[in-house]
Design a binder for this molecule. Sequence first.
Ligand code: SF4
Length: 208
Amino acid sequence: MDAAERALKIDSILAARYPASTALEFTSPWSLLVSAILAAQCTDERVNKVVGGLFSIFPNPKSFAEGNLEEIEEAIHSTGFYRQKAKTLKALNAALLENFGGEIPKTAEELTTLPGVGRKTANLVLGNAMGIPAIFVDTHVGRISARMGFTKEKDPDKIERDLMKILPRKRWTDFSNLLTHLGRDACAAKKAKCGECPVAELCPKVGL
Ligand code: SF4
């Protein structure tokens, strides 16, 4: 079985077991972008709890761009690294208004011009909130792709390209989401629970 066939089988098994969507809750591409910034070094569950209050005070890009930095910090305090995140959110929203009229752009190249937005975050938003297939390589996707033998690369952009070669475009977003769920469930960074893994028979367990 070649890598592409194996990836498709893994995709189908994981799709039957986990949700094919991000665990971050969102109502628009913009709200997912804000949540993705807050999710750095924080759990998605914590971010989901914080954004309700946050968006009631800062409901749109303008309110962040013109908002008081200390008030933003206070609203996101429990997500950690709140000073840096507040600065990023203010700068990001100001750039979004100035350069894109407040609308989330539809390409990773444009999205990554915004302060604090890397390719992983851009692709997460494009794939999950805009219906534009994209592979986002977060820590789970990178680690598990290597263990599954789909990449030998360490650089997320190169891992993304390796996965693009073996997966049909329409599965890019879902596959990334599914690996993220698998990473939180069986294929953790410190201890992979291969005995409980639904795709153990298809995985060469590289490096374990
Ligand atoms: S078999 Fe082990 S290494 Fe492979 S995906 Fe499952 S938990 Fe991870």
